[in-house]
Design a protein around this ligand. Structure first.
Ligand SMILES: Cc1cc2nc3c(=O)[nH]c(=O)nc-3n(C[C@H](O)[C@H](O)[C@H](O)COP(=O)(O)OP(=O)(O)OC[C@H]3O[C@@H](n4cnc5c(N)ncnc54)[C@H](O)[C@@H]3O)c2cc1C
Length: 347
């Protein structure tokens, strides 16, 4: 028999963020993961407090950034790995009108600390940006793959990781706790990303999964050390490698890469850069996005010790630690959840 405080199902950004709450508060737990989803594994890892399509602030960006950056920095020290690569983001302007919109936005109180007030002239001959670039502050890339590999290894050493699909039929629920095979726990948290569609307790929530694909290119002459955002993102990885992303696709919900995805990205890329490059890899995953663009957090209507942490959407790196903290404080300290993230809103 194994007795723990929590069972956690899914070790992506949501699961890891929640496990970190548990560790910080001396709660015992065991995690299941079967590698069936790979949104976190393939993610570009970018964090950025500004929506660069519309020049608006990301919901709760200040709180999110603070929690997320502290968490990744603590993990870096504890595990001795580099996770947080601080990098400025440069938004390419497509027109004078966009430059004006940027100036208007950078004047707003919530945005002024994140947006440069000057327009950078593009001086890289391989980048096509005649209207210049605007700089976003407090941005960077988390190496999510290293985070997951490191975290999983740690959990295995602690005997807290079970590499298996969670069999929903084997879950027993009583008022004092849950049981599963030889494990008893006070509560269970499901953080399965798009895997939620198989979960009988939560599958009817309005998750609108969006497949995303990325390319890794080798472009030895490009030489940029910032994230460039235009029709696509270009994220430098070092050694002349760059992530190019990402696509959005709502029909094909497999984890397989596609020719259409690759062509879509290449078409946008060749409009942005003119130097030679070679595609060295392509990856795909399904983002757990939600109709109203807010996470899915809370407990099951009938089973109060069965919880959900999902719907991280396109911004899991920043929002994961925030929603994990909300859920933990809700379960352990009875703090109400933000109404906007509580799954009660769909009842
Ligand atoms: C191409 C692409 C690029 C992206 N770029 C960024 C970016 O730059 N910045 C950013 O912040 N976000 C980005 N995202 C979004 C980000 O990846 C998601 O917000 C985040 O990864 C979701 O994390 P999650 O833990 O909820 O889900 P997942 O990462 O899908 O994790 C769920 C886990 O649960 C496991 N699981 C599921 N069902 C079961 C089961 N029954 N039993 C056992 N285990 C199970 C899966 O194997 C998986 O490991 C990107 C996504 C994609 C696809």
């Amino acid at each position: 028999m194994m007795e723990v405080d929590y069972i956690v199902v899914g070790l992506g950004l949501a699961g890891i963020s929640f496990c970190e709450q548990l560790r910080a508060n001396d709660k015992s737990f065991v995690v299941f993961d079967d590698n069936s989803q790979q949104s976190s594994v393939v993610a570009g890892g970018l964090y950025n407090p500004v929506v660069l399509k519309r020049f608006t602030a990301v919901w709760k960006c200040e709180e999110q950034l603070e929690l997320a950056l502290t968490l990744y920095s603590n993990l870096e020290s504890e595990f001795g790995v580099k996770l947080d690569y601080k990098l400025p983001v440069y938004r390419k302007f497509a027109s004078l009108e966009e430059q004006n919109d940027w100036f208007t936005a950078s004047d707003k109180p919530v945005l002024s600390k994140y947006l440069s007030t000057k327009i950078h002239k593009n001086d890289n001959k391989y980048i096509n940006a005649n209207y210049g670039l605007g700089e976003v502050y407090d941005t960077g890339r988390i190496d999510v793959k290293t985070l997951i590999d490191t975290y999983k290894k740690y959990l295995i050493e602690q005997n807290s990781f079970i590499e298996a699909g969670f069999n929903y039929n084997a879950l027993g629920i009583a008022s004092e706790g849950v049981n599963y095979e030889n494990i008893t726990a006070k509560q269970i948290v499901f953080s399965e990303g798009f895997g939620i569609k198989q979960n009988p307790y939560f599958k009817d929530l309005p998750l609108q999964p969006a497949k995303g694909e990325l390319l890794i290119i080798h472009a030895p002459e490009l030489k940029i050390d910032f994230v460039l955002k235009a029709g696509v993102f270009l994220i430098p990885l070092g050694s002349d490698l760059y992530i190019v992303g990402a696509t959005y696709e709502w029909k094909d919900l497999t984890n397989e890469v596609s020719v259409a995805g690759r062509e879509n990205l290449l078409e946008k890329l060749v409009k942005l850069i003119s130097c030679p490059f070679e595609v060295v890899n392509q990856v795909a995953g399904i983002r757990p996005t939600v109709k109203d663009r807010r996470p899915l957090v809370g407990s099951h209507t009938d089973y109060k010790n069965v919880y959900l942490l999902n719907g991280l959407g396109t911004r899991g790196v920043m929002i994961g630690p925030y929603v994990a903290s909300q859920l933990f404080n809700h379960i352990e300290h009875n703090k109400p959840l933000d109404k906007e993230i509580d799954i009660e809103r769909f009842n």
